[in-house]
Design a protein around this ligand. Sequence first.
Ligand SMILES: [Zn+2]
Ligand SMILES: [Zn+2]
Length: 208
Amino acid sequence: MLDFHIHSKYSDGNASVFEIAEKAREVGIKKIAIVDHSIELNFGLNEKKAKLRQEEIELAREIYGIKIYSGIECGINGFGEIFLPEFDFDIIIASVHENAQNYFNRIIECVEKNEVHVVGHLLSDMFDFSRDEKLEEILLDKLEELDIALELNSSHQCPPDDFLAKCMDRKLKISIGSDAHRLEKVGKVRWSLEKAKKYLWRARILEL
Ligand SMILES: [Zn+2]
Ligand SMILES: [Zn+2]
């Protein structure tokens, strides 16, 4: 079992790296990615925080004996841009964090121009956007072509079923994430696993 989308105190999560690692071990999760928000937000993970967090991650790996990856979640702006601190991350998630008129175009541009591993909480109903069948297919083509994972996000419970049904025959990679901001949600990925089983049994699950 794995959970590749967990926020820590280094951005807007409520738990430390050690608490998260302990919780993951307790609930039987063997691999986690601690993925804090990036520098487009004032509380995001800057270079200094990324280095400090890395030291804790390395220590926590030894103490708790689980795999812990160092990640970041970047917000995609209106021009398809993301902003990263100077740091070598194991996993980069790109997500839209605002209401967006050009929702699909900005994600397509982002994955074309940046080295990202995962598109986070696609079609989350926390934000306003318009669905567009043609652009959705173009985005899926891009994800396949570039081997970028589509996240199944258990907190946002997205993408929705009709979109996942369109993914069934594709050779996609998927990423499993709780998007936990609170300790009790670490490893709560049941929704993601159920949807993966129902719609994406052909897909490969992202491993690091
Ligand atoms: Zn997000
Ligand atoms: Zn998140």
